[in-house]
Design a protein around this ligand. Structure first.
Ligand SMILES: [Zn+2]
Length: 347
């Protein structure tokens, strides 16, 4: 899918290149796991346990400001090469350089590197930032992150567009963080919440009742949840991450995805995303291809999915939104023209 695309669910650190992770670990003299050692494996799908092995290594590897800068630049370049023109990256602020760089400085560093990259490249990719809460790290840390988000948003920083609740879904509860998310929402920020990654219907119902602006994944749900959503204000857009979802649920393939087919066939507001492009060895065009292959969609229908996602961006600036819409539309027009030519050629 070489049309211009928008990416809405992507974790900065999870997007690290395999080669960069290997480099950084080597510099730290950390043993390289098998899945990073073997170059052929980099092209194939990893097992779930191999993926879980990688996350703590990324945390270890991206612990200096220079490593973080490198990951920001390379991630933007990788999305740009895949013709993503609007990218909402999310990250959980942390300390770097053995504690000498604080959380606020972490965020400033990400933002300045993004800005610098855009200026250097003169690119049409529009990067934006979502500041995350890692629910496994408790409410106090979450408050620090949300204070940073609110402060930048109030200052009118044009890159900071929203906040996210994520992290290990078996740690902490949504209820603990609800008040904080309510506060940022009142401040005018958009909120997305990872939901239904594990079987916990009570929590999914709490999240739906909160009505975030978007939901991440939303896999382990039942009819009652859908009915509740319908009753209490209608569809909340869903960020689907096909490969990641297959891995999380341990499915044999995307055909077993619990909600994908229903969402696409019903024309539900969804976006197709990578989640952790580095860990899952993927890119958005590949995710769209997998969806198309599984559901038997043609190029035009897949373009419709991309077009639908434009409506779900957190960007507040109308002019920027219009620019993204125009660029995606141009790409879809190209596909329509191609299909028309093929049709004419065939008759
Ligand atoms: Zn995620």
């Amino acid at each position: 899918m070489d049309i211009p695309k928008v990416e809405l669910h992507s974790h900065l650190n999870g997007s690290i290149r395999n080669s960069t992770l290997k480099d950084l670990l080597t510099n730290l003299s950390v043993p390289i796991p098998r899945t990073l050692q073997n170059p052929e494996l980099e092209e194939s799908t990893r097992t779930l346990s191999e993926c879980f092995e990688i996350f703590p290594l990324i945390h270890l590897a991206v612990s200096t400001s220079s490593a973080l800068r490198r990951v920001v630049r390379e991630t933007l370049s990788d999305f740009e090469s895949d013709n993503v023109i609007y990218l909402e990256l999310r990250t959980t602020p942390r300390t770097l350089d053995s504690g000498s760089v604080g959380k606020r400085e972490y965020v400033d560093l990400v933002l300045s590197e993004m800005k610098k990259w855009v200026e250097d490249k003169g690119t049409r990719l529009i990067p934006r930032l979502i500041i995350s809460i890692d629910r496994s790290r408790g409410v106090e840390e979450a408050r620090e992150n949300m204070d940073i988000a609110k402060e930048l948003f109030k200052m009118g920083h044009d890159y900071v567009v929203g906040v996210d609740l994520g992290g290990n879904p078996t740690k902490g509860t949504f209820k603990e963080f609800k008040g904080l998310l309510e506060e940022v929402r009142t401040a005018g920020m958009k909120v997305t919440v990872h939901a239904g990654e594990v079987d916990n219907l009570e929590e999914v119902n709490d999240i739906v009742a909160f009505r975030p602006d978007r939901l991440g994944h939303f896999l382990c749900v039942d009819d009652g949840v859908w009915e509740k959503m319908e009753r209490e204000g209608g569809d909340i857009p869903i960020e689907v991450c096909p490969t990641s979802n297959v891995m999380t649920l341990g499915l044999e393939g995307l055909g077993q995805h619990p909600i994908l087919e229903r969402l696409v066939k019903e024309g539900y507001p969804v976006s197709i995303n990578t989640d952790d492009a580095g860990v899952f060895n993927t890119k958005q065009s590949l995710e769209l291809y997998r969806v198309a292959e599984t559901l038997g969609l043609n190029e035009y229908t897949v373009s419709g999915l991309v077009w639908g996602a434009v409506d779900l961006v957190f960007e507040g600036n109308r002019r920027t939104r219009a620019r993204v819409a125009r660029d995606v539309m141009k790409g879809i027009k190209g596909i329509l023209d191609k299909l028309e030519r093929q049709e004419q050629g065939g008759t």
